[in-house]
Design a protein around this ligand. Structure first.
Ligand code: NAD
Ligand code: AKB
Length: 317
């Protein structure tokens, strides 16, 4: 029987991954942890306040609970990372290395660790970015994710740690707000469209980035983790791409539902980060190895986001 530990479980991804894992493995088999309390997880969730850098306590939980899968989500994202680069490096690296070491010393633990399109840089091919290509990230977040990918490959090759990873694009969902990334505008825009019918975007209108709707991201994660070990050829991190769009394109998609919605643009330091990231991603390794196929495009995501967000915002008033 699988037993699951999740770090950083109260963030944008964890808020959706925890219920999905509870659904698959059973609520009692899933232990959600984060450095603070008070997220939006269901009341019956087994929750522990835990600093992801606290290797000793993580080891105790893993041994006591006979954990077989770890989803290590805790991290500082791209935009917030630039505010305090040393802290971002410390958290993103130390926590991963501690958990890789823990997995090395226990047999039978599968580790999921998310990477990001942040590993790519200005000299990476911008369109249909290949799985294996030039990677010179410009942010501390990107540097930490690229180093993390190398460590994952190292622990797989040297110590047979079954670590699996996805280079997520910007994730968009209605259950929680994002936590300090460059793609956060693509979540905020839906909230502002419903609340105020206008949005001031921190990226320029034509800035196209790879994005993915959360149901696709959760399904990709579960499918990768459930795939047979022999099928996983990539032990750094898999390129996956849901769709690519710019702020102007998502605004036009929203206007199909809210015709009076307007958008203005005031690019800030995050524009430089976005300019260093790809426009679109080649996901053929994920397709070939574990059968990955996206379900949502921009318009189907917009329809679903607005349908689900509208009653949630109405309830919050
Ligand atoms: P988030 O910022 O929303 O959540 C991160 C969580 O980590 C927060 O709940 C925070 O409280 C927690 N945390 C911070 N410091 C901690 C510590 N010391 N110990 C334990 N928990 C701590 O981020 P997210 O969007 O949920 O991202 C989760 C993972 O997915 C990250 O590794 C991120 O790099 C990756 N990712 C996310 C996206 C995206 O668009 N959301 C894209 C690519 C990769
Ligand atoms: C960010 O913008 O930092 C994240 C990511 C793409 O990793 N959403």
């Amino acid at each position: 029987m699988d037993r699951i530990l999740i770090t950083g479980a109260l963030g944008q991804l964890g808020t959706e991954l925890v219920p999905a894992l509870q659904e698959v493995y059973g609520t009692d088999q899933v232990i959600a942890t984060d450095i603070h309390n008070g997220g939006q997880l269901s009341e019956n969730t087994r929750f522990v306040v835990l600093d992801a850098m606290d290797a000793k306590t993580i080891t105790q939980i893993v041994d006591r609970e006979k954990i077989t899968q770890i989803y290590h989500l805790a991290a500082i994202l791209s935009a917030r990372g630039e505010q305090n680069p040393h802290h971002a490096w410390e958290l993103n690296m130390t926590s991963l290395l501690n958990i890789l070491e823990l997995c090395r010393n226990r047999s039978g633990i599968k580790l999921f660790w998310p990477s990001s399109i942040g590993v790519f840089g200005e000299d990476t091919p911008r369109f249909n970015t290949p799985q294996y290509t030039v990677m010179n990230p410009t942010t501390v977040y990107g540097i930490s994710k690229l180093a993390g990918e190398k460590w994952c490959t190292y622990y797989y090759k040297k110590h047979k740690v079954d670590v699996r990873s996805i280079r997520y694009p910007g994730l968009i969902g209605y259950r929680s707000l994002p936590g300090g990334g460059t793609t956060d505008y693509a979540v905020d825009i839906y909230y502002k469209a419903l609340e105020e019918e206008r949005f001031n975007c921190f990226l320029a209108p034509e800035t196209k980035l790879p994005m993915m709707y959360m149901p696709d991201a959760i399904r990709a994660t579960l499918e990768l983790m459930q795939a047979e070990e022999s099928k996983i050829r990539v032990r750094s991190s898999y390129n996956v791409s849901g769709m690519s769009f710019s702020p102007a394109e998502v605004a036009a998609s929203i206007q199909k539902h809210i015709p009076d919605f307007s958008i203005s643009y005031q690019p800030d330091y995050r524009q430089g980060i976005a300019n260093s990231w790809p426009d679109s991603i080649d996901e053929s390794y994920a397709r070939d190895d574990w059968g990955w196929r996206q379900a949502y495009d921009l318009d189907s995501m917009t329809a679903d986001m607005l349908e689900n967000l509208r009653p949630r915002l109405a309830r919050a008033i």
